[in-house]
Design a protein around this ligand. Structure first.
Ligand SMILES: Cc1cc2nc3c(=O)[nH]c(=O)nc-3n(C[C@H](O)[C@H](O)[C@H](O)COP(=O)(O)OP(=O)(O)OC[C@H]3O[C@@H](n4cnc5c(N)ncnc54)[C@H](O)[C@@H]3O)c2cc1C
Length: 446
């Protein structure tokens, strides 16, 4: 009998779950449902449309209509799932027209994602205050930027900084306000974050750390933000202070939740047989601490989703966990990390030794060689690598990928220091910066 698979959400996780399910079962009836009027576009590309690197928001739509036909996926746009009945194995949906229907499923995959969280800042409802999650958000910000002269971005995480870069590239006077004492506070240690801060400040970004946005000012339309008593003029305010998972449907259906996301087993199946979950609404197990985390990155979403899709369609696959490996480029500075920072390791009760070095991305004499800074953090007792941060002018991504693999394979810093690496003047230094950083950690361990 043809099995019916329903996927709630049709974005990064939803689409990868659907593709994996289709490859596992060629005959399954697969239905994807999303509230939005477009499916499977790259949220990650939004800041780069704002900055003018990508021409239009439509360019972010990853899969054309013919993909759904080819894969025989039934896509329901502008349709809301209002209820899951896990006993009857049905979902209630409401179409844009207002018509309602109840659909039957054999397997259900929850990829309901997350929505921006806005802290209770006075004045946050004013015109000119935005969050950035959907194409619609992007279009609104884009329109506002056409006439704006100045912007304040609340939150110096990845998205906040990427949007701040875009505002500067559009010629706006741009200030980033971060409540915590340094930028990228969950992702970098302070000294590394301060290097990034200097790099973006040199490009004209004004950054205020250790102070919160107290009030958004203006009568109807925003005119500024008050920070520690001082008024910073702004025609546009973008609040980028994190996201919260969409959990209401799961909760009402009796799906077990962790502290902030849906709990699953290694097969991405929830406590209810036949209901799977993946993406920003779902917990992962941290590969170093073995504790639940909300990764809320596209990379984790698609990996979890592939596993959920295969299993929902009757195959077998497992997702072992995540470390939140990340990367971005802010103007000409690439910055990324994997595993735990020294600070986060300390909070997890792990005693660490860390060291950082600065080297070059090409032979020192080769034109265009750029600085690269590598920080490694190891468990003091075992010398096993548990975290890495890299900042450089180029070639950061693949170093993060290598270091992520090293952490995943529980390599010691002694093994890392002996790793064979390659060299040619136009593309690398004789001594790989990762090796140099490993040797520095070993010196400290001794
Ligand atoms: C500006 C920006 C930049 C980013 N950059 C990066 C990056 O560089 N690298 C990276 O790895 N990640 C990045 N991310 C994160 C990445 O986009 C997310 O991790 C990813 O989108 C998660 O996909 P998802 O499918 O789990 O959830 P979502 O993309 O949130 O999709 C869930 C969908 O489900 C829909 N839905 C929810 N409830 C219902 C319901 N009841 N009925 C119908 N539909 C429903 C929602 O409306 C939504 O459309 C970025 C995010 C943003 C916003």
């Amino acid at each position: 009998m043809t099995q019916k698979i329903i996927i709630i959400g049709a974005h990064a996780a939803g689409l990868d779950a659907a593709s994996a399910a289709r490859k596992t079962d060629r005959t399954a009836e697969i239905t994807l449902i999303t509230k939005e009027d477009k499916a499977a576009y790259s949220r990650c590309g939004l800041p780069f449309v704002l900055g003018g690197h990508i021409e239009t928001f439509d360019d972010l739509v990853v899969f054309p209509e013919r993909f759904y036909k080819m894969m025989k996926l039934n896509l329901l746009l502008e349709t809301i799932v209002t209820k899951i009945d896990s006993k009857e194995k049905t979902v209630d949906i409401t179409y844009k027209s207002g018509n309602k229907e109840t659909l039957q499923y054999d397997s259900l995959i929850l990829t309901t994602g997350a929505d921006p969280f806005i802290p209770p800042i006075k004045g946050r409802e004013k015109n000119g205050v935005f969050t950035v999650r959907t194409i619609e958000d992007g279009q609104k910000i884009n329109k506002a930027l056409e006439t704006a002269k100045s912007a304040v971005i609340v939150g110096a995480g990845l998205i906040g900084l990427e949007v701040a870069v875009a505002c500067l590239e559009r010629g706006l006077k741009t200030t980033v306000v971060e409540f915590l004492p340094y930028i990228l506070p969950v992702l970098l240690d302070k000294a590394m974050a301060d290097h990034v801060k200097v790099a973006v400040e040199e490009k004209g970004m004004n950054i205020i750390v250790g102070k919160g946005a107290e009030e958004i000012l203006g009568v109807d339309k925003v005119t500024g933000v008050r920070v520690a008593g001082e008024v910073i003029p702004a025609d546009v305010v973008v609040v980028a202070t994190g996201v919260r998972a969409n959990l209401d449907l799961a909760k009402d259906a009796g799906v077990e939740l962790g502290r902030t996301g849906i709990k699953t087993n290694l097969r991405m199946e929830t406590n209810i047989k036949g209901i799977y979950a993946a993406g920003d609404c779902t917990e992962s197990i941290h590969l170093v601490t073995h504790r639940p985390i909300m990764s809320q990155l596209g990379t984790t979403a698609v990996k979890q989703a592939k596993v959920a899709g295969i299993n929902a369609a009757g195959g077998y696959s497992t997702f072992i966990g995540a470390m939140g490996s990340w990367i971005t480029r802010l103007f000409s500075t690439e910055v990324g990390g994997t595993g735990l920072t020294e600070f986060m390791a300390g909070r997890s009760g792990i005693e660490t030794v860390s060291a950082a070095i600065v080297s070059k991305t090409r032979a020192d004499y080769f034109p265009g060689a750029l600085p690269i800074r590598v920080k490694l953090t190891v468990d003091k007792e075992t010398a096993i690598l548990i975290g890495a941060q890299v900042i450089g002018g180029e070639e950061v991504t693949q170093r993060i990928n290598v270091l992520s693999l090293a952490i995943q394979n529980q390599m010691t810093v002694y093994e890392l220091a002996k790793a064979e690496t390659c060299y040619a003047p136009p593309v690398s230094e004789t001594w790989e910066p990762i090796t140099l950083a490993a040797e520095m950690v070993i010196r400290k361990l001794k």
